[in-house]
Write a protein that binds this ligand. Structure first.
Ligand code: 4AD
Ligand code: MG
Length: 456
C-alpha cells in the first residue's frame, strides 16, 4: 500500500503543499460546525498527525470518527501554527472499523489497567515511546560491540547445565505427568534429551567457550529465571547482554561496562529526543539532565566491605540486616547508589560465599573479583566478574558447592588448555531500559511480561 510515514512528514518541511497518502489509527476525533478533526498515529512518530475534514467536501466518514479504527487518508499537507503540519483531507477510507467497545477511549489510562491488555496498550503514546527506545537501544548495543571487533554469538537457550549454580531453572521436558517412571533418574533418562534439561539462566559459560577462541564476544538473547520474585524489577524471561573478554581483568571489564553504558545512553539521547522529553514530562522529571550527567561523570566505585560499613553507619532502619558476608538487598543497593553516591556505582570484591563458583578468588581468601553496577531508581543492572582461570582453584570452589564435575567438563577444559585471565558481565536489557526511560515497572518495558503466576 503506497503511503508516506507520518514521521517523514513531521521532519521534512518540503512536504508542505504536497499531496500525500497517510495511514494510521485514529487516536482522537472532534466535530465542529463546518469541519471535523481526527488525530492519527501510524507508530512512526510519537506525535499524531491532525486530519482536517471539510464537511462540505467529504461525506460518509462517520466510522472514521470512532477511536481505534484504521484509516487511509489522501490530502494536502499544510502548515498549522499549533501543531507544525496537518493534512487537509480530500479522501478518507476506513480500513478497519472499531466499535465503541474499543477499550482505549480515554486519553490517559493507568499503567495497571493497560497491563490487562498487552495487545492494545502498545497503541498508546507511552508504549510507542518505550518500544522505540527499546529498539534504538538494542541497535546501539550491537553497534557498540560490533564496531569494536566483538563477535556476536548465540548461546543455547535449552541447556543441560545450570550456569549460576542456583536452583532457579525452568525445566524443559516432553514427558507428561503420567510417564510411569519410578525414580527421578528413570524419568530424565526417558526424557527427550536423555538427561535433565532446562532453559538457560545465562549464556556466560558458553560465552566463555567462544571468548577463548574469538577473544571478544557478546551475546544478546533471552535468559530465564524461575525465581519467585514478584517485584517491579524481575521477569521470568528477560533479555540479557553478556560480553566476555579474554585477556581482561576486573578493572578492564569495569572500564568496558562504564564506557558501553555511557555510549548507548548517548545514542538514545541523540536518536530519541521526543521520547526522552515525553518520559521526562510524564514519568521522571529531570530525566534528560540525569542522562546527560551519567555520560559526563565518572561512575562511583566502592569496596563491598566499605559499602557494608556505610550501611551500618547510616542510621537507617533496613528491613534486612546487613553485616559483612550478607548479600545486599535492593533497599541496601538503593541506599548506596541513591543516597550516598547519587550516581551509578560499582560495588567490588564481594564475599566469595554469596557469589557464583566461577568468580576469580582474590588473594585475601575471602572475596572474589566480582562487581555489581547499581544505579539510582533501579538497583543492580549489571552483574560482572573476572573468571577463575586456575584449574585447581576452580575445582576447589566447585567441590565446596557439591557441584558435579561431569556437568562442567567443557568449562574445566578451558582452564586446562591455554587458560587466560578473562572477564565478562551480564546487563539486564529491561533494567537499563527502566533506568533510561524512568519507567518504574519492568512489566511496562516488555511486550508480553512473564512473571510469577502470569503468562499470556
Ligand atoms: O547478576 P546476574 O545473575 O549475572 C549473571 O547471570 C552472569 N552470568 C552475568 C555474566 O557475568 N555474564 O544477571 C545479570 C543481570 C542482572 O544484573 C540484571 O540486570 C539482569 O541480568 N537480571 C534480570 N533482569 C530481569 N529479571 C530478572 N529476573 C533478572 N535476573 C537478572
Ligand atoms: Mg546479580
Amino acid at each position: 500500500m503506497k503511503h508516506t510515514d507520518i514521521r517523514d512528514i513531521f521532519y521534512d518541511s518540503s512536504f508542505v503543499g504536497k499531496t500525500v497518502t497517510v495511514c494510521g489509527w485514529v487516536r482522537t476525533s472532534r466535530d465542529s460546525k463546518n469541519v471535523s478533526f481526527l488525530e492519527i498515529n501510524d507508530g512512526t512518530a510519537l506525535k499524531h498527525l491532525q486530519v482536517v475534514i471539510d464537511k462540505e467536501k467529504i461525506t460518509g466518514y462517520e466510522n472514521a470518527m470512532k477511536l481505534g479504527c484504521s484509516v487511509k487518508v489522501n490530502g494536502t499537507i499544510c502548515e498549522n501554527p499549533n501543531n507544525g503540519v496537518e493534512i487537509n483531507a480530500s479522501e478518507i477510507l476506513v480500513l478497519g472499523e472499531s466499535p465503541t467497545d474499543y477499550p482505549l477511549q480515554k486519553k490517559r489510562h493507568t499503567l495497571e489497567f493497560l497491563r490487562t491488555m498487552p495487545h492494545l496498550r502498545v497503541r498508546t503514546n507511552t508504549f510507542n515511546a518505550v518500544f522505540r527506545v527499546r529498539s534504538v537501544l538494542a541497535s546501539a548495543i550491537h553497534n557498540y560491540f560490533q564496531s569494536r571487533g566483538y563477535v556476536y554469538v548465540n548461546t543455547p537457550i535449552i541447556t543441560g547445565s545450570d550456569a549460576e549454580g542456583a536452583g532457579e531453572v525452568f525445566r524443559v521436558t516432553t514427558q507428561g505427568f503420567d510417564h510411569g517412571c519410578k525414580t527421578e533418574e528413570e524419568y530424565y533418562a526417558n526424557d527427550f534429551f536423555g538427561k535433565k534439561a532446562g532453559l538457560s539462566v545465562s549464556g556466560q559459560l558458553e560465552g566463555e567457550v567462544a571468548a577463548m577462541a574469538f577473544g571478544k564476544i557478546y551475546t544478546f538473547g533471552p535468559s530465564f529465571r524461575a525465581e519467585n520474585s514478584n517485584t517491579p524489577r524481575h521477569l521470568a524471561e528477560f533479555w540479557h547482554i553478556e560480553p566476555e573478554v579474554a585477556f581482561a581483568e576486573l578493572p578492564d571489564i569495569i572500564e568496558i561496562a562504564e564506557d558501553m553504558i555511557k555510549n548507548i545512553i548517548g545514542v538514545v539521547l541523540e536518536k530519541c529526543p521526543d521520547e526522552i522529553a515525553f518520559f521526562e514530562k510524564h514519568f521522571e522529571p529531570g530525566l534528560s539532565d540525569k542522562l546527560k550527567s551519567i555520560i559526563s561523570h565518572e561512575f562511583g566505585i566502592v569496596e563491598y566491605t566499605e559499602a557494608i560499613e556505610i550501611l551500618k553507619q547510616s542510621g537507617r532502619q533496613f528491613n534486612y540486616p546487613c553485616d559483612w558476608g550478607c548479600d545486599l538487598q535492593t533497599e541496601h543497593e538503593r541506599y548506596i547508589t541513591e543516597e550516598v553516591f547519587k550516581k551509578p556505582v560499582f560495588v567490588i570484591n564481594y564475599p566469595k560465599d554469596i557469589k557464583a563458583f566461577y568468580m576469580k578468588q582474590n588473594p585475601d581468601g575471602k572475596t572474589v573479583a566480582a562487581t555489581d553496577l547499581l544505579v539510582p531508581g533501579v538497583g543492580e543492572i549489571i552483574g560482572c566478574s573476572e573468571r577463575e582461570a586456575d584449574y585447581g582453584k576452580l575445582t576447589e570452589a566447585m567441590k565446596a558447592r557439591n557441584m558435579k564435575f561431569d556437568d562442567y567438563s567443557d568449562y574445566l577444559d578451558l582452564r586446562k588448555f591455554g587458560s587466560v585471565p578473562h572477564s565478562g558481565f551480564g546487563l539486564g536489557f529491561e533494567r537499563i531500559l527502566m533506568y533510561i526511560t524512568g519507567m518504574a515497572n519492568i512489566r511496562d518495558i516488555t511486550l508480553y511480561p512473564r512473571t510469577v503466576g502470569s503468562v499470556r
